[in-house]
Design a protein around this ligand. Structure first.
Ligand code: ZN
Length: 473
């Protein structure tokens, strides 16, 4: 009898623990990504805190106030056992990146045997690209509650460092403006003010200067504390072209980046693209629009630290308002389109001239509810095997694409834990606070390398045409 009572009590405790991790839909009263519904930053923080309180798989950290005094949060997500040993695992990762000296062979073996794939995922730095700040709610709930073999594999092999928004102040500004204009003629109109107090859109150009609190907090995680091997930054692009860009990006490459970084960009980016294709999604492109040369954007700053920086760019809705686009006729593919390098936000591929761009801008401003012109880049090809042909596009679509791409990256990182880690052991790149021993080791390696190859590059090896470098991501 006593045993039965004990079992009942334990069962009730287990039940209440599960009940403590409500799904986002239960918590907010609507499905994430529903038309015209956004979760504001303060509620996102509240939910993440509630999840962390209800599970031993998520650690909630507030890294400090943002520029406008809001919480800037980091979630550390892994198996309960890994989180119990977090300091030890962090030290292994730091050693992998030459902190306190290059690892000995024995230490290296230990890192590869016991260490985890440390994956940093940042979201929503451009605040109007708001889908990722919503997507993370379902991502975290799933990782916190699912007992599927895939989630278990990910939790056992990966430590996910998740920043739900790199610009929480902007998330609030965008959400409030959207809600204020909802149902009026100004619904989903452009913001009449900056979404970062000092830098606006160009908060994604601060990873060399660190002039803003948000960049400093990200840098603290990246190059002082954790040294993640993989870093994905999730963005949105224009409304009418491909549905998602995944790595690799376009030529030219930058000769100062280790070739292995570009190879692993391909491995991880293509695992995301393949997962999306497998789910039957359309409009998945790589080798387009975004350059492998430019060093200004957030996650690509990791390349110079031998971290595999990755970008995804999902097509935008009008914040949380769906867009409609006329359908293209696929039978006209070969004759009407040219393979794209297409401009950001342009209605069409590269064939679109200034006139097309201007008329589309005018249409979007004067008649935002009219359907967009049909996509013109509809030729199936290696980097774009199943083009987007038009139709309805919603915030939920953005959430779905981002969830698939994010989960695919986590699973590939879990499967290829050692693959990703090899890039840091080849390091000639600097880390933030190398010890004297590490600096000696690095300079010895650099000397060896220079004697073997034409490094640094001679002028003849520097690409002369950094196409698209101005396109913002
Ligand atoms: Zn962006």
């Amino acid at each position: 009898m006593r045993t039965r009572r004990l079992i009942s009590a334990l069962f009730l405790i287990a039940l209440s623990a599960n009940a403590a991790v409500q799904s986002p839909e239960q918590y907010f009263g609507f499905r994430i990504g529903s038309d015209k519904k956004l979760v504001r930053w303060d509620k996102i923080v509240e939910y993440m805190q509630a999840v962390a309180n209800g599970t031993d798989r998520v650690k909630f950290r507030n890294l400090g106030p943002t520029t406008n005094g809001n919480p800037f949060i980091l979630l550390e997500i892994s198996s309960a056992e890994n989180l119990r040993n977090l300091d030890k695992l962090k030290n292994l990762e730091r050693k992998l990146y030459f902190q306190d000296g290059a690892p000995t062979d024995a230490e290296r073996d230990e890192i590869f045997r016991s260490g985890k794939a440390v994956v940093f995922i940042t979201n929503n730095i451009h605040s109007t690209e708001i889908g990722a700040s919503q997507m993370v709610l379902e991502l975290v709930h799933n990782l916190a509650t699912s007992d599927s073999p895939t989630v278990k594999k990910v939790l056992d092999n990966v430590i996910l460092l998740l920043v739900p928004s790199l610009n929480p102040d902007g998330q609030i500004i965008v959400t409030d403006w959207y809600n204020k204009t909802l149902g009026t003629p100004s619904e989903a109109s452009p913001l009449p003010f900056l979404y970062h107090h000092y830098t606006g859109h160009d908060n994604n150009r601060d990873m060399y200067l660190f002039s803003q609190k948000e960049s400093q907090m990200a840098a603290q995680v990246l190059w002082h504390e954790w040294f993640p091997s993989i870093w994905l930054d999730e963005h949105q692009q224009g409304t009418s072209g491909p549905r998602i860009f995944t790595m690799p990006a376009t030529d030219p490459i930058n000769p100062n980046v280790d070739p292995l970084i570009y190879r692993l960009n391909g491995v991880f980016g293509q695992s995301q693209a393949a997962a999306l294709e497998a789910e039957g999604k359309t409009g998945i492109i790589f080798n387009s629009t975004y350059t492998n040369f430019w060093q200004g954007a957030m996650a690509w700053a990791g390349w110079w630290h031998n971290q595999v920086g990755l970008l995804t760019e999902v097509a935008s809705a009008r914040i949380a308002t769906p867009t409609m686009q006329q359908k293209a006729d696929p039978s006209r593919a070969a004759s009407t389109s040219t393979p794209a390098s297409g401009g950001r936000g342009a209605a069409t591929g590269p064939a679109a001239g200034a006139t097309d761009f201007e008329s589309e801008r005018r249409r979007a401003f004067e008649r935002p509810d009219d359907p967009l012109p049909a996509p013109r880049d509809i030729t199936p090809r290696t980097e774009y095997p199943r083009p987007w042909l038009g139709g309805r596009w919603t915030l939920r679509d953005i959430v779905d694409y981002e969830l698939i791409a994010t989960n695919a990256l986590l699973e590939t990182a879990a499967d290829g834990r050692e693959t990703a880690r090899t890039c840091s052991t080849r390091s000639t790149a600097s880390t933030a606070t190398p010890s004297r021993r590490a600096r000696r080791a690095k300079s010895a390696r650099t000397r060896t390398r220079r004697s073997r190859s034409s490094f640094p590059p001679t002028p003849s090896t520097i690409p002369t045409k950094p196409s698209n470098w101005w396109i913002s991501s």
